[in-house]
Design a protein around this ligand. Sequence first.
Ligand SMILES: *[C@@H]1O[C@H](CO)[C@@H](O)[C@H](O)[C@H]1NC(C)=O
Ligand SMILES: *[C@@H]1O[C@H](CO)[C@@H](O)[C@H](O)[C@H]1NC(C)=O
Length: 361
Amino acid sequence: MMVYTSCLILLVMGLGTSNADVDTTWMKTTLQNHFSQPRHHVTNPTYKTAARDFIMNEFQSYGLDVYSHTFDTNLVTVKGVNVIGISKGKDFNTNKDQIVGVAAHYDTMRNTPGVDDNGAAVVAMLQTAKHMAKSRRNFTVIFVAFDFEEWEQNLPQEACTYLSCGSRKFVSDWIPSFWTTVPDFRGFIVMDTIANIQEAADTQELPVGLGLFAPGVVNSVNSDGKKGDFLAAIGRAYDSDVLNAFVTSYATLGQNEFELEKINISVLTDKTLTQQQFLIFNDLIRSDHYSFWKNGMRAIFLTDTANFRGYMEKCYHHPCDTLSRFTPKMFQFLGKTTQALIATVNKLAPPTDQSRGVVFV
Ligand SMILES: *[C@@H]1O[C@H](CO)[C@@H](O)[C@H](O)[C@H]1NC(C)=O
Ligand SMILES: *[C@@H]1O[C@H](CO)[C@@H](O)[C@H](O)[C@H]1NC(C)=O
């Protein structure tokens, strides 16, 4: 009986967060049902297509305008598909509009269920989209589930040979074809591998050289027993508005056992990332934010640091990146990040006061 009761309490505390906007129980069920097997064109194309259809249906059910962006890959027989959901701002398609983006890739490497990489970020994006779609907003918010963020070399039937094929095509082809005059992009929030949290000492590794440009982050992690108990929010000087909006939103939520390390790569002073800079800062530019930085667009990157932390040191891109690794704490951590994401987008693309107008007319 004692055992039963404490299990129940754990369940309630772990999964049902008190927050009205973020449903971590739904997130768990959705990970189980749609993001717990490989989503790869060679090893599991059926499951990958089903995951994509699920995202599309969810976007539609929230009332977003939904688009699929199909692009060529290395293989004639395989197309990539980005799924896009748009909440049009009140000034959509005028020069007053601005764009705020939230993105996560839904594909995986060949032989990984990819629950942390990157199912968790997809469900965080879906919860945010559901919430955002409820109000009319001053600015347009765009949600994108990218295909082919993962890349592979020297394998049979490889479709994408370099990092982030899907987001690169999105930036180079889809954006200019969708808008006749490309509006101002306030920034994209890109998430990749965001759920893993480890509270034991010595669970966190750091990239070599991080101390050279982010000594504060290295000191903070080392003086805290090298625990993997934080989310990393990464940006350049040019991305400061978005980075600050997220950092402030996260701090406001309390729940201080889930920490945040802001990594401001302030030596990247330009809008546009060069190839040489990419090679130097490679450990911090390992996902779809690369495509935005490379093209002079604002973006920040949220991550649990992937293979630098705990079980993901061996499970990253491997069969043990499973849902069974997820603890109640990880769902709470994921819930806090999602809540901070909602607050950030609310700040950057505030609701119009139109709804009040309707009530009083
Ligand atoms: C990042 O560093 C630059 C240069 O010091 C500074 O101007 C900018 O405000 C910083 N951004 C954030 C979000 O801390
Ligand atoms: C949003 O748009 C409304 C109507 O144009 C305007 O009155 C309001 O100040 C705007 N809010 C923000 C936070 O920009």
